[in-house]
Write a protein that binds this ligand. Structure first.
Ligand code: BES
Ligand code: MN
Ligand code: ZN
Length: 499
């Protein structure tokens, strides 16, 4: 779907969309259409007693006489003074879904100024467009026999307003962020037979053309560096693991204040501690943390963000095999700390342990944020609406929470402390990779990660196991891979790192 911005005028054909605010207040263009159609708009509004012009309410007037449009879509905006950028995005997303279901191929939303709205007209257009674009995502490359009537129909969506240049300028960076979100959604949607560690590393390589510097470590190099934890997980798979670093140097100087690290388990069978068959296919998206890291790098490089940042992803496959690591094995991590493996299904933390150490040794970041589909326990605790947040720094936790609320990707902080830390002590090694059975197991995983965070580094861990995949449509996210985390961290970067 192509988004564009054009001059303020009623389009000569196809669908025309116009705003209606609370208490059935028609915008000037809606009134103008009513006049042109001999009163068809008000007639429709009066025939629909439940249509109040509330946020995300829609009313369609089909094939009205007096104009050449196929339909008029009244778009409920609610009270102008209550509008926000993210509300507008939701409206844009729902509008797009509506148009796609209607069979329409082109639509133009004519935007009049909204007195009382805190969002200026160009930003209003930009965020409506952004919401529509985010919702338009579809992963259909493997559907070869889909019927035409089941496919989305809208190919062009225009926004008509007097400040079209400003709207376009406001939309440009948002469009780049959407590109990053779409990449993440693509990566998590790909099946594991296609998206191996090597294939995912190649996807990282494609960011080079945006100016991202890529380095890929193979098994041999990781062996020399002593990454026994990551390599332990990988050894049961015939596919070679990779560790990829992606650097974006958009800021001043050479230092790298921010590192983002992603868990990239391309398939998590559980290993010798094999998972049950039910739902195992979901574990193709156990590389979701890496997917977000890669999508974020694309977004930041795409919009030429003014900071230096590195993204690091540990890419492995966790498989049962004659050569697989076993429960009871002791692994030596790059940090020198030893780990007793009690469950080969608690593999993500092992991958991250070495990815953390490498990141800190190589780039000396002040802040390190990781994303990982780390535990089923976070799903039990928070469901699919919020990601779990763990942090060793209150300010970082606060800014992440605020960034999440700002973009509608909500996070909730969960506890860590020295008592929980004791739960991962091992009888024969420095630590074990599980905690006190099922109890507080999202926290146990976080405590484990914390042991690989160096002194003085501000660190946050987002457990995105519950939010990476969605089984139903939402305003900005069609069901499937969500891309949760890209917009959140992009906002954090804007708020905290680009000043
Ligand atoms: N990848 C899983 C966690 C997961 C579960 C992600 C459901 C998405 C949806 C992780 O590697 C895992 O298996 N964790 C175990 C840890 C346990 C063995 C300590 C878990 O949460 O059950
Ligand atoms: Mn696992
Ligand atoms: Zn996993």
């Amino acid at each position: 779907m192509k988004v564009s911005f054009t001059t303020h005028a009623i389009p000569k054909s196809h669908a025309v969309c116009v705003g209606v605010t609370a208490d059935r207040t028609l915008t000037p263009t809606a009134e103008q259409l009513d006049t042109a159609t001999g009163g068809a708009v008000w007639k429709a509004v009066n025939a629909a007693p439940r249509f109040k012009g509330d946020k995300r309410q829609f009313l369609e007037v089909l094939a009205p006489g007096g104009v050449d449009n196929s339909r008029i879509v009244l778009v409920g905006l609610g009270k102008p003074e209550e509008l926000s950028e993210s509300e507008l995005e939701s409206v844009g997303g729902e509008l797009l879904a509506k148009l796609n279901a209607s069979g329409e191929s082109q639509a133009t939303m004519v935007l009049d100024p909204l007195p009382g709205s805190p969002v200026a007209a160009p930003e209003t257009a930009a965020h409506l467009a952004y919401g529509a674009r985010l919702r338009s995502y579809r992963f259909d490359k493997y559907r070869t026999q889909e019927k035409a009537e089941d496919k989305p129909t809208l190919t062009k969506l225009a926004f008509a307003l007097s400040d079209q240049q400003k709207a376009k300028a406001a939309y440009d960076p948002l469009d780049k962020v959407a590109d990053g979100v779409f990449l993440t959604r693509d990566l998590v949607s790909e099946p594991a037979n296609v998206m191996s560690p090597e294939a995912l590393a190649e996807e990282c390589g494609k960011l080079e053309k945006l100016g991202v510097e890529i380095e890929v470590l193979d098994t041999k190099t990781m062996g020399k560096l002593g990454m026994g934890a990551l390599l332990g997980v990988a050894q049961g798979s015939v596919r070679e693991p990779k560790l990829v670093t992606m650097r974006w140097q958009g800021g001043k100087g050479k230092k790298t204040p921010l590192a983002v690290v992603g868990k990239g388990v391309c398939f998590d069978s559980g290993g010798i501690s094999l998972k049950p068959a039910q739902g195992m296919g979901d574990m193709k998206w156990d590389m979701g943390g890496a997917g977000v890291t890669i999508g974020l790098m694309k977004a930041l490089a795409g919009r030429k963000a003014k900071l230096n940042v590195v993204g690091v992803v540990g890419l492995v496959e966790n498989m049962p095999d004659g050569n697989a690591y076993r429960p009871g094995d002791v692994l030596t991590s790059m940090s020198g700390q030893t780990i007793e493996v009690l469950n080969t299904d608690a593999e993500g933390r092992l991958v991250l342990a070495d990815a953390f150490w490498y990141t800190q040794q190589t780039f000396e970041p002040k802040t390190m944020i990781n994303l990982a589909t780390l535990t089923g326990a976070v799903l039990v605790a928070l469901g699919t609406r919020k990601a779990g947040l763990f942090a060793n720094d209150d300010e970082l936790a606060t800014s992440l929470t605020a960034a999440g609320e700002g973009v509608g990707e909500s996070v909730w902080r969960l506890p860590m402390d020295d008592e929980y830390d004791k739960d991962i002590n091992s009888d024969i090694a420095d630590m074990k990779n599980t905690g006190d059975g099922r109890n507080a197991s999202a926290t146990a995983a976080a405590q484990f990660l914390r042991r690989f965070v160096q002194k003085g580094v501000k660190w946050a861990h987002l457990d995105i196991a519950g939010v990476t995949w969605s089984s139903k449509d939402a305003a900005l996210v069609p069901k499937g891979g969500t891309g949760f985390g890209v917009r959140l961290l992009n906002r954090l970067v804007e708020d905290q790192f680009e000043k």
